[in-house]
Write a protein that binds this ligand. Structure first.
Ligand code: AMP
Ligand code: GLY
Length: 424
C-alpha cells in the first residue's frame, strides 16, 4: 500500500513512524512533512490547505490511503474533497469536523444530548456578552468559537479581564473570524486528561489516556503553547472515571453526531477535566493530539493501518485495541523565546545518539535539512524526545536522559513534565 499523511508536526512524525511498522505499507508520503519525517517518508512540498493539489497528487501516485493529521484541513473539508475524487481518506467530513471547528456547536450538542460539560452561554454580539459578564461569577472562561491554534481560550479572574477579553476576541478580532461568536463558560477545576479514540461512525474504541502540559514554563507558568510534553497513561484516569465516561461521554458523543446527521469517522479527542462532581468534557478535537500522539502511539500494539481501514469501512466493532502495559513520556525541546518570538536555523547536535536505542524516539516538529545535510531548527517546538519505561517514573527518567543528549543554541524544555505522577 501507498499511504499519504497530511501535516508537518511531531504528531505526523509519530503517525508516520507507526504506519511504517505496518506490513501492509510499502511507501509513505507526507505533505508537507519535515526533515525528521523525511527519514521514513518521501516529503512532498504541498501545503495542508492545498486540497486540489493534494487530491491531484493522490490520484497521480495512486495513493491507497490518506491520513489527515491536522485540524485546519479537516474543518475546511479536505475529506470531502478526497471522497469526491473517489479516494480513500481517514478523518471526519466537514460536517462532522465541526465538533472541533465550532465550540458553540460542540457545547450545544453536549447540552442537547446530556453529555456532562461546563455550563455556558453563547454570544454573537459583544455588547450582549459584556452585559452578561457584568453579573457573572469569577473566574470565568471565554472561548473564541472557531479554530485559534489552541490559543482562543481566556481564563479571566476579574470582570475587567473579561471585558478586555471580549474586546480582544469579538471586536479586535485577535483570532480572526474564529471570534465572530463567543462561548462564555463556567470555570472548572480538576486534573485534565486527554483520551483519544477511533470512531467508524457508529462504534468507538478509546485509546489509552494521556496528559498534556500546555504552559511554556515549569510549574504551569508562562504562556499557553501547543503543548510542552505529555505522559501516558494518566494515573488519575481511574477505572471509575473510565466507567463514567463510557456511560455518559464516549458512545453518547458518537450517537449524538449520528443523530444530527453528522456521522463521525476518524479520531475524536476528548479533553476531560476531572472535577469533584465527576468528569466533564472541556473540549473535543477531531484529530490526534500533539504531543499526545507521541506518547500514545508508541504504546499501541495494533497495526494502525488495520484499525484505520476498519474505521473507513465501518467495521471497527470487529477490532479490539491493545496497549502495552508500560508508560511513555514525551519532553518537547523548543527554541528559546517560544511561544513568542524565536530564531530558527540553528544546527542540532546529538540526534545520532538515538540510533539503535530501543524505546527511545525523537519525533521532529520543526526541523529542516541544510544544503549540506545538517539538521537545523525550523520552528518553535523543534523535537519531541520520547521514551518508554516500565512505569511512568522510569519513562520520565529515560525521556529526560535522552533530552540531555540533544543541544542547540537557545534550546529549552520544561524540567517538570510528568511531575504530577509523584502526586498519584
Ligand atoms: P480548550 O481549547 O477548550 O481545551 O481550552 C484550553 C485550556 O483552557 C484547557 O486545556 C484548560 O486548561 C482550560 N480551560 C478550558 N475550559 C475551561 C473551563 N471551563 N474551566 C477551566 N479551565 C478551562
Ligand atoms: N495537545 C493538545 C492538542 O493537540 O490540541
Amino acid at each position: 500500500m501507498k499511504v499519504l499523511i497530511v501535516g508537518s508536526g511531531g504528531r505526523e512524525h509519530a503517525i508516520a513512524w507507526k504506519v511504517a511498522q505496518s506490513p501492509k505499507v510499502d511507501k509513505i508520503y507526507c505533505a508537507p512533512g519535515n526533515a525528521g519525517i523525511g527519514q521514513i517518508a518521501e516529503c512532498v512540498p504541498i501545503g495542508a490547505m492545498e486540497f486540489d493539489k493534494l487530491v491531484d497528487f493522490a490520484k497521480k501516485e495512486a495513493i491507497d490511503l490518506t491520513i489527515i493529521g491536522m485540524d485546519d484541513p479537516l474543518v475546511g473539508g479536505v475529506v470531502d474533497a478526497f471522497e469526491a475524487a473517489g479516494l480513500r481518506v481517514f478523518g471526519p467530513r466537514k460536517n462532522a469536523a465541526i465538533l472541533e471547528g465550532s465550540k458553540a456547536f460542540s457545547k450545544d450538542l453536549m447540552k442537547k444530548y446530556n453529555i456532562p460539560t461546563a455550563a455556558y452561554e453563547t454570544f454573537d454580539d459583544a455588547e450582549a456578552a459584556m452585559k452578561y459578564l457584568e453579573t457573572s461569577e469569577y473566574p470565568i472562561v471565554l472561548k473564541a468559537d472557531g479554530l485559534a491554534l489552541g490559543k482562543g481560550v481566556l481564563i479571566c479572574q476579574t470582570k475587567e479581564e473579561a471585558m478586555d477579553g471580549v474586546k480582544e476576541i469579538m471586536l479586535d478580532k485577535k483570532f480572526g473570524s474564529a471570534g465572530n461568536r463567543l462561548v462564555v463558560e463556567e470555570f472548572l477545576t480538576g486534573r485534565e486528561v486527554s483520551v483519544l479514540s477511533f470512531v467508524d461512525g457508529k462504534t468507538i474504541r478509546t485509546m489509552t489516556s494521556a496528559q498534556d502540559h500546555k504552559r511554556a514554563l515549569d510549574g504551569d507558568q508562562g504562556l499557553n503553547t501547543g503543548g510542552m510534553g505529555t505522559f501516558s497513561p494518566s494515573p488519575f484516569y481511574t477505572e471509575e472515571v473510565d466507567d463514567f465516561c463510557r456511560k455518559y461521554v464516549y458512545q453518547a458523543t458518537v450517537d449524538a453526531m449520528k443523530a444530527e446527521g453528522r456521522e463521525f469517522k476518524g479520531i475524536i479527542f476528548f479533553g476531560l477535566i476531572l472535577t469533584e462532581k465527576g468528569p466533564r468534557v472541556l473540549e473535543y478535537n477531531a484529530r490526534f493530539g500533539d504531543p499526545e500522539a507521541q506518547v500514545v502511539l508508541p504504546r499501541m500494539e495494533n497495526d494502525i493501518v488495520e484499525v484505520i481501514e476498519a474505521c473507513i469501512d465501518g467495521r471497527l466493532s470487529e477490532v479490539e485495541l491493545s496497549f502495552a502495559d508500560n508508560a511513555c513520556v514525551c519532553v518537547v525541546l523548543a527554541s528559546g523565546g517560544y511561544p513568542v518570538s524565536y530564531k530558527k536555523g540553528y544546527p542540532i547536535s546529538g540526534l545520532e545518539k538515538f540510533e539503535g536505542k530501543e524505546g527511545y524516539y525523537v519525533f521532529h516538529a520543526g526541523t529542516k535539512l541544510s544544503e549540506d545535510g545538517k539538521m537545523l531548527t525550523n520552528g518553535g517546538r523543534v523535537l519531541g524526545v520520547t521514551a518508554i519505561g516500565k512505569d511512568l517514573k522510569s519513562a520520565r527518567a529515560n525521556a529526560y536522559e535522552a533530552a540531555g543528549w540533544i543541544s542547540w543554541e537557545g534550546m529549552y524544555c520544561r524540567s517538570d513534565i510528568g511531575k504530577a505522577i509523584d502526586e498519584a
